[in-house]
Design a protein. Structure first.
Length: 172
C-alpha cells in the first residue's frame, strides 16, 4: 500500500476532566448518515478501517469483544454497546474508554462527531492521530476507493508521528 497524505490536524479538541480526558473530532463526510452508519457497525467494514476488529455487528446493545490489531499481534478487549439510535448515535465502551459517534445529516452528506473519553492521561494527541488516519481510510472505503486498513505501527508509514505532534500543539 502506498502512503496516504493525511493532511494536517484539524477539527479536534481535547479537554481534561477529573477522570481523564475527552477528544472531540468532527468530520464532514460526503456520504449519507445511513452509509456512514454501516461503516460504524458492520464488522466486515470496521475490519477495513478501524483500529480493531469487531466480534459481531455493533448495532445491538450488549456485551461484545473488540480486538486490537497491530500486525500479527491481537489483543481482545471487552466492549459494551450502550446506545444504538440508527443512524444518529452509536455509543460503546472499549476497554476503559467510551466512544460516542454522532451522525448529523448535512446538505453534502454527514457531519460525524466522535467523542472519545479515556482515563489514560497523556494519550490525547496519539489517539487523535490514530483516529485521524482511520477516518481518512473510512471515508475512502465508503466512497468506493478502499486504501487498506492502517493500524498500529503501520500508521507511522502514513504520517502518524507528524499528526501526533500536530495534535499535541493544537491541544496545548
Amino acid at each position: 500500500m502506498s502512503p496516504i497524505d493525511p493532511g494536517a490536524p484539524h477539527d479536534a479538541t481535547a479537554t481534561t476532566t477529573d477522570d481523564g480526558w475527552t477528544l472531540i473530532m468532527v468530520r464532514d463526510l460526503r456520504h449519507s448518515p445511513e452509509r456512514v452508519w454501516t461503516a460504524l457497525v458492520d464488522p466486515a467494514e470496521l475490519d477495513q478501517w478501524a483500529p480493531f476488529a469487531a466480534a459481531e455487528a455493533l448495532d445491538t446493545t450488549g456485551e461484545t469483544t473488540l480486538t486490537m490489531v497491530d500486525g500479527d499481534t491481537r489483543a481482545e478487549m471487552p466492549a459494551i454497546v450502550k446506545t444504538v439510535d440508527k443512524p444518529r448515535l452509536l455509543e460503546y465502551t472499549w476497554g476503559g474508554d467510551l466512544l460516542r459517534w454522532e451522525l448529523e445529516p448535512t446538505v453534502a452528506g454527514t457531519r460525524l462527531t466522535l467523542r472519545h473519553q479515556s482515563p489514560h492521561a497523556g494519550m490525547e494527541a496519539m489517539v487523535a492521530a490514530g483516529w485521524h488516519l482511520c477516518l481518512i481510510v473510512c471515508d475512502q472505503l465508503i466512497g468506493g476507493h478502499a486504501v487498506g486498513v492502517i493500524r498500529g505501527t503501520e500508521a507511522v508509514d502514513h504520517g502518524w508521528e507528524g499528526l501526533r505532534d500536530g495534535y499535541a500543539k493544537l491541544f496545548s
